[in-house]
Design a protein around this ligand. Structure first.
Ligand SMILES: [Zn+2]
Length: 177
């Protein structure tokens, strides 16, 4: 079992503290698994970030955090300011920002964004656009809203659909009982 000390440098990452019990989606095994994670200071942006231990150790450790990657992607994808990009950001916030108001109902319940979508807004947007009932002109969340088919499932391919607010509320109510 690897143990790091607070302030220790691990391949350029500064270890702060381990987070117990966090779940991750493992794309190679196509299921959610537990993995050791912790808060590390990113070598590039110098901000405290959550990282899986495996990402900072091993033969090819990451050289920066996902936010650094997102900052780079934002320049390329051309989606900034679109309603679909705002949706992608809002989903990430409720799943990963522990300070956000929605966190307890999403991230706090182990709901994650699949690796396919997590740092790839363009792939996410292209996917939701081809789902039935996508409404390009929806204003805010009037009309249809993006819903997870399995309310305990993740934001991932196969578990997303556009529904009216009414359907979504019914779905939630059923699952809450
Ligand atoms: Zn960073």
């Amino acid at each position: 079992m690897v143990e790091f000390k607070k302030g220790e440098s691990v391949n350029g990452w500064i270890f702060i503290v381990e987070i117990k019990g966090r779940k991750y989606y493992d794309i190679t095994r196509d299921r959610t698994r537990k993995n050791r994670t912790g808060i590390f200071i990113c070598p590039r942006c110098k901000k405290e970030k959550e990282q899986q231990f495996g990402n900072v150790t091993g033969r090819s450790p990451a050289t920066n955090c996902n936010s650094c990657k997102i900052a780079k992607n934002n320049l390329k994808h051309g989606l900034k300011g679109t309603i679909d990009y705002a949706l992608w950001k809002a989903i990430k916030t409720r799943c990963y920002n522990e300070k956000s108001t929605g966190y307890k109902n999403w991230g706090g319940r182990g709901i994650i964004v699949s690796p396919e979508f997590k740092n790839e807004p363009k792939i996410f947007v292209n996917y939701i656009k081809q789902l039935p009932n996508y409404d390009f002109n929806r204003s805010g969340h009037k009309g249809v809203t993006l819903d997870r088919i399995n309310n305990d499932g993740n934001y991932e391919r196969g578990n997303l659909r556009w529904v009216t607010m009414k359907v979504q509320n019914n779905n939630k109510r059923k699952k809450d009982v």
